[in-house]
Design a protein around this ligand. Sequence first.
Ligand code: ATP
Ligand code: MG
Length: 412
Amino acid sequence: MTYHAFLIKYAEIAIKGKNRTRFELMLIDQIKLALRRCSGRFTIDRMYGRIFVNAQSEYDYDEVVENLKLVFGIAGICPVVILPVVGLDELKKTTAEIFGQEYPDRNVTFKIHTRRLAKNYPLDSQEINAELGEAVLTAYPEAKVDVHEPQVMVTVEVRERIYIYSHTIPGPGGLPVGVGGKAMLLLSGGIDSPVAGWMCAKRGLRLDAVYFNAPPYTSERALQKVKDLAQIVSRYTGPIRLHNINFTEIQLYIYEKCPHDELTVIMRRYMMRIAQTLAKSADCDALITGESIGQVASQTVKALVCTDDVCEMPVFRPLIGFDKEEIITISKKIGAFETSILPYEDCCTIFVAKHPVTKPKLDVIRSHEQNLSEKIDEMFARAIETDEIIQIDRDGEKILKHREDAPVEQAE
Ligand code: ATP
Ligand code: MG
């Protein structure tokens, strides 16, 4: 028995009224992107207030399900068998077959739920329920009917065709990428930031990303790791534009001019400033980081106050209240962990002080930053100008702007 279609279920909360159409159209866009990865031809139809993915050719069931499971906004995926309007005997036979296929154990309680919308069908819904229930019981005597709390619900919709579906494969939930606008993710090579990006994308944000690179102190392999992480996140979000910023000059200058126990805080203030400048020109309304309170010296509340001092746009820190173990669980679930733990150095780890301040004072930090006034504007401008932009998606990467400052190409 092959499935002809998939009924896409989504949580309807927050998508009432006018938002609903917008939500559905964006979900359809994301589903289309996911199906482009799959062999076979499909149409996506909004029918009866729901979304159906209809197979128009042979296809690989596992491949389609695996790809749909990456689409935020999908709460569940129901494989559907579609029949022309057939007589009762054939409907009984098919329903029993579907039940046997989906519940090989068969030792379950079930209920048939018929919706007869084609009023010319010769039996009414109650009669169809009774007939199909009996057909299943005859074929599989171990199964039992339970109309109140069945383990299995087999839905039969009689319309211009007959739709039969039963089990639901869980989707990732959330909202379709794009409905919530766009944000700039500060993506390092660690465990936290890919998870933070994934979590915001799950709430409907499209992502761009920025990586602060410190060549020659950091290697090509460290950059490759960040690109690989962006690619893992892009399986869920669609294409991500990664801004590869050369941060060496600014870091060395801070190192030269500022107290070493304040390096991390001041460096993070410059990361935020640069990220924000990029965010504005990339039409992003917020920044995202992987910070969680108290994880390291730069993530104490007082340090976060110093970081936020330079930000005009909201900074989303979805991991703020998470323990490392909780973050690792999500990192593994989204397939990033193995890459995140590869041992390549990060710019933060290279210029780190032995005893960083854990309670930096904002006025002190601001005044020490004045030591940088001579050259920092120039360096800041150079870091932005020499931004390399790499568009990353599941198929690979494409450089949109080279280090040599070639003009930005239009992304598709
Ligand atoms: P992660 O595991 O994400 O690297 P972390 O625990 O190592 O985080 P920090 O190094 O203090 O924490 O960085 C905090 C956040 O700042 C990161 O989650 C990330 O969002 C951002 N960040 C740090 N370093 C970089 C970098 N080199 N490039 C881009 N963003 C960075
Ligand atoms: Mg880090």
